[in-house]
Design a protein. Structure first.
Length: 225
């Protein structure tokens, strides 16, 4: 959940209104929902991907945007999901947008997600130290990522104004985990069947599958629960 927390903290730091911060936060929660259409063998492959495999994974932003397109309550989130892999230099996907043509929400999520990916253990490598991850963000600032936003993020981290959630080093405030699960489930239940929503919510929030399924049933039966 580090990418979600860091996305919100960065959005708050640049003084976005609460309505836009919520879009950024929801986009961070759902940005990879399109990976439901990507085989697990590719997502968890321990070695490097070949060309066709990279192309298959690169479809996930478009798949996610199509999945969420019919959910009127999160319309602003769709562009974040669609464009979170665009690059400032125009070499990203799926549309090759450049610079400020990339939605601000997507630029914010890309930074937080990149930092989270580097500071989290993956099947093919161990987590990177925070200092090295910050150096890598600065290295790709202006080409892959928004330079101004990267420098803002790094400055906030260095001044201790962003609470780092890396490699299990921080604990969420009491009650936050269950609230996050409910929020994710409500978003997903509007887009996909219950079992699918529960499985995705468990993966996103880190709760157990059976807990996510039980809560999804409760929310489906009593939406105001």
């Amino acid at each position: 959940m580090g990418g979600v927390v860091h996305s919100r903290q960065l959005a708050d730091a640049i003084n976005l209104p609460e309505s836009e911060i919520e879009i950024v936060e929801s986009g961070a929660l759902l940005h990879d929902i399109g990976k439901i259409g990507v085989p697990d063998a590719l997502l968890f492959k321990p070695g490097p991907l070949d060309g066709p495999e990279r192309q298959a994974i690169a479809l996930h932003p478009s798949l996610g945007a199509r999945l969420l397109a019919g959910v009127s309550s999160i319309g602003g989130v769709v562009s974040c999901v669609l464009h979170h892999h665009e690059r400032i230099d125009g070499d990203g996907y799926p549309e090759g947008l450049r610079g400020e043509a990339i939605p601000l929400s997507a630029r914010l999520v890309a930074i937080a997600d990149s930092f989270d990916a580097m500071t989290t253990d993956r099947p093919y490598r161990r987590a990177m130290p925070v200092e090295d991850a910050l150096s890598e963000l600065l290295r790709v600032a202006g080409t892959q990522l928004d330079e101004h936003l990267v420098r803002t993020f790094v400055d906030l981290v260095m001044r201790g104004e962003i609470v780092l959630l890396v490699a299990g080093a921080a604990v969420e405030p009491e009650g936050q985990g269950s609230g996050e699960l409910d929020r994710v489930l409500r978003l997903l239940l509007a887009a996909v069947p219950l079992k699918q929503a529960a499985a995705l919510a468990a993966e996103i929030t880190g709760v157990r599958d059976n807990e996510a399924y039980k809560r999804a049933l409760q929310l489906k039966e009593t939406p105001s629960a």
